[in-house]
Design a protein around this ligand. Sequence first.
Ligand code: PRP
Ligand code: URA
Length: 208
Amino acid sequence: MQKVFELNHPLVQHHLTHLRSKETAPHIFRAQIRRLAILLAAEATRDLPLKPEVIETPLVEMEGVVLDVRIGLVPILRAGLGMTDALLDLLPAAEVWHLGFYRDEETLQPVEYYQKFSSNPPDLVFVLDPMLATGGSACAGIQRVKDWGAGEIRMLSIIAAPEGIATVREEHPDVKIYVCKIDEELNDDAYILPGLGDAGDRIFNTLG
Ligand code: PRP
Ligand code: URA
């Protein structure tokens, strides 16, 4: 079964170009992340289960369908927050639970600083983080969601490095990965090339 989905849509390519440019101001960067997250969500929800629901239009009664799955969104702080509203627009009944990780600059290992989960995990969790670089943060986040007991987990990222995809596939082969683009490589500081720089700093205008 296919586990890695890379979007190859003209709109994705167009919006990625404006997202990546260093000339893009934070408010435009946020809008671009949001647009790309919507396109990503459309792909990542393509096979969601439906159940019948009878309604009345102004003219007749009819049987429609509605989603039949309890969905949780788990943005990884900080940058995952930039994708959350886009997902909520499409999935207004979704629950949002939070995980906080930052990547230690020396060791490149994820450091956990926040977790807010309930005692009753959703059926399906979308873990949100625009950047999948070494894969350390994604793997740690996915492991937390597994420990929580969620039924199925899907990882949604805007840009990934091949190294990060390989790491997540190795540690969590059951998790489907949805990305707008798999870039070329990591540089010596484990930043994605060509990438877009530090996503959290660009979303929250904290480049200094
Ligand atoms: C970024 C990004 C991921 C992580 C990816 O977060 O949002 O969480 O790095 O790198 P990895 O795949 O090598 O773990 P960062 O640690 O910069 O924190 P921030 O979102 O607070 O800026
Ligand atoms: N985190 C980012 O925000 N960007 C990268 O390129 C790598 C990790």
